[in-house]
Ligand binder design. Structure first.
Ligand SMILES: Cc1ncc(COP(=O)(O)O)c(C=O)c1O
Length: 449
C-alpha cells in the first residue's frame, strides 16, 4: 500500500455481480477484489448438456474461459485502476457521435485489458445495447458474468462449438460454408433458429466473403434456413488516417463496396436488419455509421486519431510503488546487459513491474514514469518482473512512493500525465497494444469516483 494522501483510490465500488455494487473502503479492497476474481468459475470448462452425447457429430466441444490473475497476486502494489465513470462518459460521447446508430462496444482481449466482465456490466447498465468480442471464449466469459445483451463474436473460429453458440444466445459472424453447416446442425439440435451476421471483405483482406464470391455465398445461405442472416458487417482498414494520407480515400471506397455488396446480396435473397462497419476512428469522424457502430479503443478513453479527441476520458491508470532504493557511484551499471551506466551519483529506485506485466521491454532506457508528480526516466533494461528508474532529481523520494506508469499523477513536485498514446510512441507501438498488454497478473481495481 502507498503512503496516505497519495494518488490511490480513497474508496472503491467493486462490481460484484449482476446489478450489485459493493462499497469497499480502501483497507478492505484487496480481499473483496480477491473474492470477485475467485468467484468466476474460470477454470471450469463449459459444456452444453454435459453427460449427453451428440448423435450426429463429435462430442460437445468444451469452451474454456480465459484465465484471470490468481487471487494471491492482488497483494502486490502494481495494479490497474479502472474508472467506471470515465467508461460511462466515453459511451455517452460515442453515442453522440454515432447519431441514430446503435453502439455495441468492442470488449475483446479482456475488454482491451480493463477486465471484460466488469466493463460489460457497467456499460450494459449505462445503456449499451450489445457487445462485440473476437472469440467465443470471450462471449462465454461475459455470459457467465451475467451479461444479457447480445454479444457478437466477430472472429468466426468456433472450433466446432456451434451448440454452445446457439444455447447461450451468442450472435456468430459467418463467412464460410462450414459456419452455416455447423450452425444449422446445432440449431436443429437445440430446436430453435440462430441469427447471424455475415462478414464481407471490402478491403481488409483478413476475414469475410470476398466481393467476387457474394452470390455464391448467398446461394449457400439459402440452403440453411435454420440460419437467419440478420446483419452485414465489414471492417475498415484505414479509418485512422488523416486527410493528407495516401490512403485517405480508402474508407470511402470500402463504404461504397459495402453498399454494393448489400445491393447484390439483396438481389440474391439475403436482406438484413442491421449493417455495421465503423470502429472508433470512423465513429469519431462520423464516417460509415450505418445502423450500428463497433467502437473499441475510444470506449477506453484513448483517441485513435492523431489530432486527439479531448472529450474522451482515459479509463485505465496503472500504478506501482518503489520497493527498493539505492545510490550508485559513477561508473556503476543498472540491470541486465548493463544498458545504463551512472555518470554521477545516481539514486535508482526499483518498481515491481516488468515486461511480463505489460511494461514493454522497448521502454528500456526510453520510457518514463511519474514519481511525486514528476516525470523520471526508466533506466537499464526492463526485466520480466521489475524495472529501474532514475530518481536522482526527485527531492524527498522514499520507499513505498507511488509510481504512475500510465495515467495522471499529482504530487508535491507537480502534475503530469503519461498517456497510452505517448507510451505507444516511445515503445514503437500503438495504444491498443499498450492497453491489451497489461497482463492478467496485474489486478484490476474498479473505481467509482
Ligand atoms: C472487427 C472489428 N471491429 C471493431 C474494432 C474496434 O476497433 P477500435 O478499437 O479501433 O475502435 C475492432 C478492433 O480491432 C475489430 O477487429
Amino acid at each position: 500500500m502507498g503512503k496516505p494522501g497519495e494518488n490511490r483510490p480513497v474508496s472503491l465500488f467493486l462490481d460484484a455481480g449482476r446489478g450489485k455494487r459493493e462499497y469497499v473502503p480502501q483497507v478492505q479492497a484487496l480481499s473483496v477484489h480477491m473474492n470477485f476474481e475467485s468467484r468466476a468459475r474460470e477454470d471450469e470448462p463449459s459444456v452444453v448438456n454435459p453427460g449427453r452425447r451428440r448423435t450426429d457429430g463429435p462430442e460437445s466441444v468444451r469452451v474454456l474461459r480465459p484465465r484471470r490473475a490468481a487471487p494471491a497476486d492482488a497483494v502486490r502494489p502494481t495494479r490497474a485502476e479502472v474508472n467506471l465513470a470515465a467508461l460511462r462518459h466515453n459511451l455517452r460521447v460515442i453515442a453522440r457521435h454515432a447519431g441514430t446508430a446503435k453502439v455495441w462496444p468492442v470488449l475483446k482481449a479482456d475488454g482491451y485489458g480493463h477486465g471484460a466482465p466488469a466493463v460489460a456490466r457497467t456499460l450494459e447498465r449505462a445503456g449499451a445495447e450489445g457487445f462485440c468480442v473476437a472469440l467465443l471464449e470471450e462471449a462465454m466469459e461475459l455470459r457467465d458474468a451475467g451479461v444479457r445483451a447480445p454479444i457478437l463474436v466477430m472472429g468466426g473460429y468456433y472450433g466446432g462449438a456451434y451448440e454452445e453458440i446457439v444455447a447461450r444466445g451468442v450472435v456468430p459472424v459467418v463467412y464460410d460454408r462450414s459456419h452455416l453447416e455447423g450452425l444449422a446442425r446445432a440449431s436443429r439440435l437445440v430446436g430453435r433458429p440462430v441469427e447471424a451476421h455475415l462478414k464481407i471483405d471490402t478491403g481488409m483482406s483478413r476475414l469475410g466473403v470476398r466481393m467476387a464470391d457474394l452470390e455464391r455465398f448467398a446461394a449457400e445461405v439459402q440452403r440453411y434456413p435454420e440460419v437467419r442472416i440478420v446483419g452485414l458487417m465489414t471492417h475498415l482498414a484505414c479509418a485512422e488516417v488523416e486527410r493528407d494520407h495516401a490512403e485517405a480515400g480508402f474508407t470511402d471506397r470500402q463504404t461504397a463496396a459495402f453498399e454494393e455488396a448489400t445491393r447484390r446480396l439483396e438481389r440474391a435473397g439475403v436482406s438484413v436488419k442491421v449493417r455495421h462497419a465503423a470502429n472508433s476512428a470512423a465513429v469519431l469522424r462520423g464516417q460509415a455509421l450505418f445502423d450500428m457502430v463497433r467502437p473499441g479503443i475510444a470506449i477506453f478513453g484513448v483517441s485513435p486519431l492523431a489530432s486527439g479527441t479531448p472529450e474522451l476520458r482515459p479509463v485505465m491508470r496503472v500504478r506501482s510503488e518503489i520497493v527498493d532504493l539505492r545510490t550508485l557511484e559513477p561508473g556503476e551499471s543498472v540491470g541486465y546487459g548493463a544498458l545504463f551506466r551512472a555518470t554521477r551519483p545516481t539514486r535508482i529506485a526499483t518498481l515491481p513491474m516488468g515486461y511480463a506485466d505489460g511494461l514493454s521491454r522497448e521502454l528500456s532506457n526510453r520510457g518514463h514514469v511519474l514519481v511525486r508528480g514528476k516525470r523520471v526516466p526508466i533506466v537499464g533494461a526492463v526485466s520480466m518482473d521489475m524495472s529501474m528508474i532514475d530518481v536522482t532529481d526527485v527531492p524527498g523520494v522514499s520507499l513505498r512512493d507511488e509510481v504512475t506508469i500510465l495515467g495522471t499523477q499529482e504530487g508535491p513536485l507537480g502534475k503530469d500525465t503519461l498517456s497510452a498514446e505517448e507510451i505507444a510512441t516511445r515503445g514503437s507501438t500503438i495504444p491498443w497494444e499498450i492497453l491489451t498488454s497489461i497482463s492478467r497478473r496485474v489486478p484490476r481495481f474498479y473505481r467509482e469516483p
